[in-house]
Design a protein around this ligand. Structure first.
Ligand SMILES: [Zn+2]
Length: 147
């Protein structure tokens, strides 16, 4: 009978994490995926998808906040946690304090740097925000994750 730990070790997310770690050791692959010529169109694509998603679900109540486009008024099922940044678009209901927007602006910069590779890299960094290197870089306290 497998324990909970051994079952989660065999989960698709863990298996994908192992693949991400093995692939990210390949320097040439990393250099290609993170090159701005590849990463930037991924950032634009993610931004376009989130702009449509946030626009339609929030009736285009969108505004600029620095590098971010804030799409607020969304139903809570339309994003994760208190809000989610996809590309340059921050999706939320009403979690728009200046501190939170500073945190989300760092995620926007991460999207710009990593492009679509941010998705597997972020998932591989772990579900626990306090241990996730992308959340740590964005600032845990500003993101509402406590200390
Ligand atoms: Zn965050």
């Amino acid at each position: 009978m497998p324990t909970d730990e051994s079952r989660s070790a065999e989960s698709p997310a863990r298996a994908a994490g192992g693949i991400v770690r093995r692939l990210s050791r390949l320097g040439w692959l990393r250099a290609i995926l993170l090159h701005p010529v590849v990463a930037r169109p991924g950032f634009w694509f993610a931004t376009a998808c989130a702009w449509v998603w946030g626009g339609v679900l929030g009736r285009f109540r969108m505004r600029r906040a620095g590098t971010l486009v804030v799409a607020s008024g969304l139903p809570k099922w339309a994003y994760g946690r208190g809000g989610t940044t996809i590309g340059a678009v921050y999706l939320t209901t009403n979690n728009t304090s200046p501190r939170v927007l500073e945190h989300e602006a760092v995620h926007c910069a991460q999207w710009k740097k990593y492009g679509l590779a941010l998705i597997p890299l972020y998932l591989d960094a772990g579900r626990d925000a306090r241990l996730n290197r992308f959340e740590i870089e964005a600032g845990l306290a500003k993101g509402g994750y406590g200390r």
